[in-house]
Design a protein around this ligand. Structure first.
Ligand code: NAD
Length: 514
């Protein structure tokens, strides 16, 4: 087991206290500052390009706000087109030398990045948690995945065959696999470091150079990551970081030198990005939102399902693309499931993300809380019934907290069943037959995740095979990094992870010899 995993193990399955009654374990955050504030205070209006932090061209700044205390904890530059152009040029200048390295040499850099990241994992976890409100136990578990991700992509580089001579019809051919060029990587705030690794790792392994545009909410950790790149001696320009908002991202997508965009974020932004990539004939992969269904079969053991209320239905305070936010229960057990879920939600400790005991924190920002609260109102107006939650937790006078909320009497045509809320809100719907459960699960614009829960694994697998989605878990909602991950329909285009993760970063070239 890696050092990071020992320190930050995945959340244990039976982490939830088995208790009933009012959530007295929900504790409001204090305004205590943490040791990593030295890093935060150091946030300057800088970009990272050609291997150095340099003053941004843009003088516009974005505040970084701690969602648990609503304090401004730093500033980042809101990069403009000049900032983007400088970073792209630096990445383009670095491309010829980087692509000439052997895949094994590039794998060496990825392993060094993994080792250095591992050394800084506590600092990184705290910084991510401080910016996006992810409870520290979960932030640590998520950062612990990152070195494993970089090492996995290193192993793919080791196995990469870039030149093959093949007999063909009428002669023979030399077929080479070449990096697509400069990649623009754009990531959201909910899992910034793993999602960065899923793009930077395969891009570097394939021989591409990268300009990373993190989300404005979580850019300080991206700048901290540049210290990892410096520490391992990554050649200047191989990675650049441009901070900023939507316009900064749009400038990166539009830049003519960028040949591929690897994007994770909302479906709306993904469609706009795909349109620009279409106009510029750029490669693009899109990992977008979800509205995934968790189907409880009639023999489900609810006690076994208990840990999944957190890890599958509301991970990261519900701000996870693959969350099973539509729970489908057999009609004969509907009331039992509703009561069980309500009790389980209330039992999950909520409070300051810096307290390792807490498993729910605040939402990432005020806008996200407004969005979630608006959906709760919409659900009530549509005729659904709030079983638990529905408001802000009592006693929390600061921070963007909402109560974990459960809706019953939901039908699949309601907006709360169709649209991605991205908060701790679960809709429970009854079904009469497996066919109906599958039909409800598939009646969605999205197709990212899914889960089927039953002690009978083969029976659950047969149902999982009928779900139209990129990833479906049997008695889980997670997925392994050595299998493809991606969405269909409005959930995305293309895949990341798995043995073919380098493919989107490579093109083929054929030299034919009759
Ligand atoms: P978002 O789409 O608003 O922003 C994501 C990133 O894209 C940010 O860096 C943002 O600045 C940038 N951006 C936004 N509009 C852009 C545009 N037109 N051109 C270029 N860049 C643009 O999403 P968010 O609110 O930050 O993140 C939440 C969303 O991400 C949810 O929909 C969630 O489901 C999705 N997500 C998907 C996955 C997945 O793997 N499928 C993983 C995590 C999050």
């Amino acid at each position: 087991m890696s050092q990071a995993r020992e320190r930050w193990p995945p959340l244990p399955l039976h982490i939830l206290p088995d208790e009933q009654g009012p959530p007295h374990h929900w504790r409001a955050p204090s305004r205590e500052r943490k040791s990593f504030m030295t890093v935060v205070a150091d946030s300057r209006l800088e970009m990272y390009l050609s291997g150095a932090r340099v003053p941004a061209h843009s003088q516009a700044a974005i505040d970084v706000i701690d969602p648990a205390t609503e304090e401004v904890i730093g500033h980042i530059a809101d990069g403009d087109a000049t900032d983007v152009d400088r970073a792209v040029r630096a990445a383009s200048d670095a491309l010829p030398a980087w692509r000439e390295l052997t895949p094994a040499q590039r794998a060496g850099f990825l392993r060094a990045i993994a080792d250095e990241f591992e050394r800084r994992i506590d600092e990184m976890s705290e910084l991510v948690s401080r910016q996006n409100g992810t409870p520290i136990a979960l932030a640590g578990a998520m950062q612990a995945m990152v070195p494993e991700n970089y090492r996995y992509f290193a192993s793919l580089a080791d196995a990469l065959e870039t030149r093959e001579r093949r007999a063909t019809v009428g002669g023979d051919a030399i077929i080479t696999r070449e990096p697509v060029g400069v990649v623009g990587a754009i990531v959201p705030w909910n899992g910034p470091q793993p999602l960065t690794a899923w793009k930077v790792g395969p891009a570097l392994a394939a021989g591409c150079t990268v300009v990373l545009k993190p989300a404005p909410e979580t850019s300080l950790d991206a700048l901290l990551l540049t210290e990892v790149f410096d520490a391992v001696g990554l050649p200047p320009g191989v990675i650049g970081v441009v901070t900023g908002g939507r316009q900064t991202g749009a400038a990166l997508v539009e830049h003519p030198t960028v040949r591929k965009i690897a994007f994770t974020g909302s479906a709306a932004a993904g469609k706009a990005i795909a349109a620009t990539c279409g106009a510029g004939l750029k490669h693009v992969t899109l990992e977008l939102g979800g509205k995934s269904a968790g189907i409880l079969l009639d023999d489900v053991d609810l006690d076994s399902f208990r840990p999944f209320v957190l890890s599958a239905c509301t991970p990261n305070t519900g701000q996870t693309c693959r969350a099973l936010t539509r729970v489908l229960a057999p009609r004969a057990r509907y009331e039992e499931v509703v009561q069980f879920l309500a009790d389980a939600l209330r039992a999950i400790p909520l409070g300051s993300p810096s307290d390792p005991a807490n498993l729910y924190g605040p939402l990432v920002n005020a806008a996200q809380r407004e969005r979630v609260e608006a959906y709760i109102r919409i659900g009530v107006e549509e005729g659904a019934e709030v079983v638990t939650g529905g408001g802000r937790p009592a006693g929390f006078n600061c921070g963007y907290y909402v109560e974990p909320t459960l809706f019953r009497n939901v039908t699949n045509d309601m907006r709360i069943a169709r649209e991605e809320i991205f908060g701790p809100v679960i809709a429970v719907m009854p079904y009469d037959t497996i066919d109906e459960a599958v039909a409800i699960a598939n009646d969605s614009e999205y197709g990212l995740g899914g889960g089927v829960f039953s002690p009978d694994v083969e029976r659950a697998t047969a149902v999982a095979e009928r779900i139209e989605s990129g990833t479906v878990g049997v008695n889980t909602a997670t997925f392994p990094m050595d299998a493809p991950f991606g969405g269909i329909k409005n959930s995305g285009l293309g895949t990341e992870l798995g043995p073919h993760a380098l493919d989107p970063y490579l093109t083929y070239k054929t030299i034919f010899r009759p």
